[in-house]
Design a protein around this ligand. Sequence first.
Ligand code: ZN
Length: 152
Amino acid sequence: MAAEVEAAPGAPARAAVGPRTKGLRRRRRVTAPWSLPPLLSRPRQAAVDAAAPRRRCTHCAVEETPQWRLGPDGPRTLCNACGVRFKSGRLFPEYRPANSPTFSPLLHSNSHRRVMEMRRQSEEDASAASRVNAKALRAERAAARSAGKDKK
Ligand SMILES: [Zn+2]
């Protein structure tokens, strides 16, 4: 009266693994051209851009690089050149790769040695300026003091 039939009549039901959703998948792959954003004028790049939004180096604004690297704002925020500098602690505001759209030869250099020269120069200028200011201040005070003496 107990266990009579364990296996159900249609137990080995493996036949169901047929042509799954192949047809569906193939249809979904086709991206309707009218669904793409209109600002992308180059049709060949449209698919790439839609997949990954345009990246820009947070330091030098370069948009194309062989490799995106870690920066102060997080991973993959610096271009290859800036990322290498950042990693070794040499990423200064004066550093800029020559292919950067914001590169100005007066303000930037892509050579670390030149960057250091520029920094030293601007520091000297700054301290020279503050020295001049201090001198002027001292002269002013001295004049005020002697003026007070004269009055007495
Ligand atoms: Zn960069």
